[in-house]
Ligand binder design. Structure first.
Ligand code: DTR
Ligand code: ZN
Ligand code: ZN
Ligand code: CA
Length: 447
């Protein structure tokens, strides 16, 4: 590393001081034996209350989908630029939130189609709860209700799972389907290409196709009784009567899952059928008019929504994912700390590590495992820092660089959800450039 004269003098002084400490401080490579006591243990909690899904967030996604359609010929149809741009938007949000995403391609009507599959790390891999919506529109328009509404509602639910650091009993998976409007092509391709062993792991598929219709109804699919009851329980809890969805069999992406013997369910707010007087009596809105008069038309824009229906259906989706996923989270703020000072020998010596023994934490670490680091050093660019999981897996927190500033006092978020929480975690620090030294002052891991 390049040092100004003052820096070098400081560095020489630092080495002298470190040398002085060396005779009194624990041996540079010695690591404390006493495991750190949990800094703030908290009782484990039962499955938490499902969150309220912020309608503003759902509508923000729909605003983006509307903009995408407007910028791409007015639609988000299979084979058109607007569809791929929609997929890219959703994927970017999920990647940033810690999901494992997979883009599955297929061909239909001579054009490439895309399914986006997003897996939330953790949960029982042999018991998968999947939620899905088709993301494509018809050619005639932007498809904001059909089916931006379902796509945005499950996207925001997936983001709420990430915000909560949810550790559900079941493995949570989300899917955004291509070419539904051509006949459930994308979802059929997904199911047909899923090995039977994988199909049998899906404990339920929840479908959301049109959940914000401007003259809304509240329809619940009547396929699997448990899933149906879950939605009914939610709506009863918020005082909204529901009806069984009778027109949908075979008309949306739950069909290929049902045909494969997978329990299915879902919600629907209505398409081109007419709302009766009795339905208007219980749900409000206008009798004698279609639930969505812009169904498959160019006027299916971001103005073609009923916010209350979109909001309630989004909350019902979250309720179902939390409940059917049998979610339970490690209480936030469960942290463990080690405050023993450990000298970091200068390059080219080997690195040092500071251990924390974690116990009493059920399940895996969350995707949002937090690591707080406090290292005193006179040239932090020399330092390479890793989190070492109990099984030895290394997660790089900080690379070396030319950053000549002092000290590393920082927080890092690590997706450690494939790691069992209990065991000995280590902060490993290596000084990879000559001159300038320091020591680990403290570090903390929070689940
Ligand atoms: N097939 C869907 C819309 C649709 C029409 N009826 C139902 C019933 C249940 C779910 C969806 C639908 C589409 O046009 O995308
Ligand atoms: Zn449609
Ligand atoms: Zn649809
Ligand atoms: Ca150094």
């Amino acid at each position: 590393m390049s040092l100004s004269v003052s820096r070098r003098l400081a560095a020489v002084t630092a080495i002298a001081v470190a040398g002085l400490f060396a005779s009194t401080a624990p041996a540079a490579l010695a690591s404390p034996t006493a495991p750190a006591a949990p800094a703030s243990p908290a009782a484990a909690t039962a499955a938490p209350t499902p969150p309220d899904i912020p309608i503003a967030n759902v509508k923000a996604h729909l605003t983006q989908l509307q903009s995408i359609a407007t910028a791409n010929g007015g639609n988000r149809a299979h084979g058109k630029a607007g569809y791929k741009a929609s997929i890219d938007y959703v994927k970017a949000k999920l990647d940033a939130a810690g999901y494992t995403t997979t883009l599955q391609t297929f061909t239909s009507s001579g054009a490439t189609g895309y399914n986006l599959i997003a897996d939330w790390p953790g949960g029982d891999p042999n018991s998968v709860l999947m939620s899905g919506s088709h993301l494509d529109s018809v050619n005639a328009g932007p498809g904001i209700n059909d089916n931006g509404s379902g796509s945005a509602a499950i996207l925001e639910t997936a983001l709420a799972v990430s915000r909560a650091g949810l550790q559900s009993t079941k493995h949570l998976r989300f899917g955004w389907w291509g070419a539904e409007e051509l006949g459930m092509v994308g979802s059929t391709y997904y199911v047909n290409n899923l090995p039977s062993a994988e199909k049998s792991k899906i404990s339920g598929y929840l479908n959301f196709d049109m959940v914000g219709s401007p003259n809304p109804g509240y329809f619940v699919y009547d396929d699997d009784a448990t899933i149906e009851q879950t939605f009914k329980t939610y709506f009863a809890g918020v005082g909204i009567p529901t009806e069984i969805e009778t027109e949908g069999d075979g008309r949306s992406d739950h069909a290929p899952f049902k045909n494969a013997g997978i329990p299915v369910g879902g919600l629907f707010s209505g398409a081109d059928y007419i709302k009766t007087a009795a339905q208007a009596q219980k749900w409000g809105g206008t009798s004698g008019k279609a639930f969505d008069a812009c169904y498959h038309r160019s006027c299916d824009t971001s103005a073609n929504l009923d916010d209350a229906a979109l909001d309630k259906n989004s909350d019902a989706i979250a309720y179902a994912v939390w409940t059917l996923g049998a979610a339970a989270t490690v209480p936030p703020g469960r942290s463990f700390e080690n405050t023993t000072d450990i000298n970091i020998p200068d390059s080219p010596a080997a690195g040092v590590s500071s251990p924390i023994t974690v116990s009493g934490v059920t399940g895996n670490a969350p995707a949002t495992t937090k690591v707080d680091v406090n290292i005193v050093h006179t040239y932090r660019g020399d330092l390479q820092i890793d989190l070492i999981a109990p099984d030895g897996t290394a997660y790089r927190l900080k690379n070396s660089s030319s950053d000549s500033a002092d000290n590393v006092i920082a927080s890092y978020t690590v997706n450690a959800s494939s790691e069992v929480a209990n065991g000995v975690w280590k902060l490993q620090v290596k000084d990879v450039a000559a001159q300038d030294v320091g020591y680990i002052n403290s570090w903390k891991i929070t689940f």
